[in-house]
Design a protein around this ligand. Structure first.
Ligand SMILES: N[C@@H](CCOP(=O)(O)O)C(=O)O
Length: 500
C-alpha cells in the first residue's frame, strides 16, 4: 500500500521522520558523547558505550497500543527502507533519514513452531526464530543494516570521505560486514580479521566473495578482537564488531519482531540465545525493555543465555548468586562446535552486567539466567532439530540444548513457551555435521555421535562399472534400459519396497 491510502490519523506517524537526540553513553563513567564521530569506547575512561536517544520520552506522546498500530500498519507499506529492521526506526536509530537506510533483505525472519514430534520427544513447547534466513545467513545483518546505514548517512549528509571498515570475526560478522560494505562500494572498503582455521569454509567464502581483504591471524577470536581494537584506537578505520554500539541498536530488532509476531504478548514466554561476544543478548534485553517502557508490551519474557562448557565466561560470572560478590574473569576457550560463540572475553560483558541487572529488576527477579551445555549436547540437539524439519546451526543447537538444560535446572515453568534463537544458517556449519556422521571429531571437542542420529550416503552400483553411465559417457539405449532396471531393483531392495 502507499502511504496516502492509509487513514489520515495514521498517516502522521506512518513514515518515521528523522529526530531524537542520540548520544553515546559510557557504561563506566556515565558520560555522554556526541554521535558525529564513530566512537567505540569512552574518550574519558575507556569503557564501552551504548547509544541512547536522550529524547526517548517524546515517543510516549503516543501510547503503547498506538505504537503497535503504527508498526503493524508499516507491514503493509512497500517502501524498501521500511521493509527491514527500520520498521522500528524510532526505537533503533531515529536520526538516520530514510534516504540513507540500507536494506538488503534483513530482518523479519520466521518463527517456526517446533514439529509436534520434536516437542513430544523433548517434552518442551517451543519454536525457533530462524535468523539464518538473513541475507548473509546470520543475525549479524540486523546490526550491520544499522551500522552501515549510519555510515551511509555520514557519507551522504556529513561529508565523510572513504571509509575502511574492519572487524574481527568467528565467521558471521565478517560475512555480514563484507556484504553490507560491498553494497556501499566504492565509498566503503572492508577488511576482516579471522582466526586462522577457526572459521568454516562456507563462512570464509563469504567475505572473499564480497571482495573484502581477508586477513587470517594465528590464535583465536579473542586475539583477533584485540588487534582490531588496537587498530580502531590508532588508525582511521570504522570498527564493525558489536563494540560499535550502532550494531547493538540494529540487533534490538530481534526483540521487536518477536514481540510483533507474537501479537505483542510476551506473557509466559522464554527467549533463549547463545552468548559469544555478548552483543546479541545485550540487544535483546535492551529491545524488550524499550518496548515495555513505551507500553508496547506489558510484560517481559524470561531470557536465558546459553554457553558451551568450552567457552563459558558469562555462565561462570553468574554462577555466583550474590551480585556484589560476582567477579568478571575472561576464560581461555577450547574447541567448540558453536564456533561463532567460541569467545572467552566478550566485549559486551559490561553491557550484559548493566542490562541484565535492569532487566531482572523490571522482571521482578528471575528474568535473566545463563546456562551451560556440553559440546555433545550442542551437536545432538542441532541434528535432532534437523531431523524434525528445522534448519538450525550449531548455535541454534546450543539454544535448544540450553532449553533442555534450563528445564532440567527448574528454570522453565510448565506453561512457559520458548523461542530458541537459531542465529545462523545450518549450511554454514555442514562440516560439523559431517564430522558427527563420520565420527571424526578431534578428541578436543569431546563429541561422539549418537548412532540413531547418524546418516551417511549409500552407493547403489548395481552393475559393473563399465555398464554404468558416467558424466560425458552416456549409455546406448539398450544398456541404459538395463541400468535403469537393475538400479531400480537394487534401490527397491534397499528401501524394502513392495511391487505394485
Ligand atoms: N560470533 C561473532 C563474533 C564477533 O561478534 P560481534 O557481534 O561483536 O561482531 C562473529 O560472527 O564473528
Amino acid at each position: 500500500m502507499r502511504p496516502e491510502q492509509f487513514a489520515p490519523q495514521d498517516q502522521e506517524r506512518l513514515l518515521p521522520t528523522p529526530g531524537g537526540q542520540m548520544a553515546y553513553r559510557c557504561l563506566g563513567c556515565g558520560g555522554h558523547h556526541g554521535i558525529e564521530k564513530l566512537l567505540y569506547t569512552c574518550p574519558n575512561c575507556g569503557q564501552v558505550l551504548l547509544i541512547e536517544d536522550r529524547a526517548f520520552d517524546r515517543l510516549k506522546a503516543l501510547d503503547g497500543p498506538g505504537w503497535r498500530r503504527i508498526f503493524d500498519l508499516r507491514r503493509m507499506l512497500n517502501i524498501p527502507a521500511l521493509k527491514g529492521v527500520f520498521r522500528y526506526a524510532e526505537l533503533l536509530a531515529p536520526v538516520i533519514p530514510l534516504d540513507s537506510v540500507l536494506y538488503l533483505g534483513e530482518g523479519h525472519t520466521p518463527i517456526v513452531e517446533a514439529s509436534p514430534l520434536l516437542k513430544q520427544t523433548l517434552g518442551l513447547d517451543f519454536a525457533f526464530k530462524n535468523d539464518g534466513q538473513n541475507p548473509s545467513a546470520s543475525f549479524k545483518d540486523r546490526g550491520m543494516a544499522v551500522a552501515l546505514s549510519y555510515i551511509n548517512y555520514l557519507i551522504k549528509h556529513r561529508g565523510a570521505g572513504q571509509i575502511l571498515s574492519i572487524c574481527a570475526s568467528t565467521g558471521d560478522t565478517s560475512a555480514a560486514a563484507a556484504l553490507y560494505g560491498a553494497y556501499l562500494a566504492p565509498a566503503v572498503k572492508s577488511a576482516v580479521l579471522l582466526p586462522r582455521g577457526k572459521v568454516t569454509p562456507q563462512q570464509l567464502s563469504q567475505p572473499l566473495g564480497a571482495g573484502a581483504a581477508v586477513l587470517e591471524i594465528p590464535g583465536v577470536f579473542d586475539d583477533c578482537m584485540k588487534v582490531v581494537e588496537h587498530l580502531a584506537d590508532n588508525y582511521q578505520v570504522a570498527l564493525l564488531n558489536s563494540k560499535n554500539a550502532w550494531r547493538i541498536l540494529g540487533q534490538e530488532s530481534y526483540a521487536y519482531e518477536l514481540a510483533q509476531d507474537l501479537d505483542w504478548d510476551m506473557t509466559g514466554r522464554l527467549v533463549l540465545a547463545p552468548i559469544g561476544n555478548a552483543g546479541n543478548i545485550s540487544a535483546i534485553m535492551s529491545g524488550f525493555m524499550k518496548l515495555l517502557d513505551l507500553g508496547v508490551i506489558t510484560s517481559l519474557p524470561k531470557i536465558i543465555g546459553v554457553q558451551s562448557h568450552h567457552a563459558d565466561p558469562v555462565f561462570q560470572y553468574y554462577q555466583q548468586s550474590s551480585p556484589e560478590k560476582r567477579v568478571w574473569r575472561p576464560v581461555t576457550v577450547q574447541a567448540s562446535t558453536a564456533q561463532a560463540a567460541m569467545i572467552g572475553n566478550p566485549v559486551s560483558m559490561p553491557r550484559v552486567i548493566e542490562l541484565a541487572r535492569r532487566y531482572d529488576d523490571l522482571f521482578g527477579g528471575g528474568g535473566f539466567y545463563v546456562v551451560q551445555v556440553s559440546e555433545q549436547q550442542i551437536m545432538d540437539h542441532m541434528i535432532l532439530a534437523n531431523r524434525h524439519g528445522h534448519i538450525v546451526c550449531t548455535q541454534g543447537g546450543e539454544s535448544l540444548a540450553g532449553l533442555a538444560q534450563a528445564r532440567a535446572a527448574g528454570l522453565v515453568g510448565a506453561s512457559e513457551r520458548a523461542i530458541c534463537d537459531a542465529t545462523a544458517h545450518q549450511l554454514k556449519f555442514a562440516g560439523f555435521q559431517q564430522m558427527y556422521f563420520e565420527n571424526s571429531f578431534p578428541a578436543e571437542f569431546g563429541v561422539s555421535p549418537r548412532p540413531e542420529l547418524v546418516n551417511m550416503p549409500q552407493l547403489v552400483a548395481a552393475l559393473p562399472e563399465e555398464q554404468l553411465p558416467a558424466p560425458g559417457r552416456p549409455l546406448e539405449p539398450q544398456a541404459f534400459r538395463r541400468f535403469v532396471e537393475a538400479t531400480s531393483d537394487a534401490v527397491a531392495a534397499r528401501l524394502g519396497l513392495e511391487k505394485k
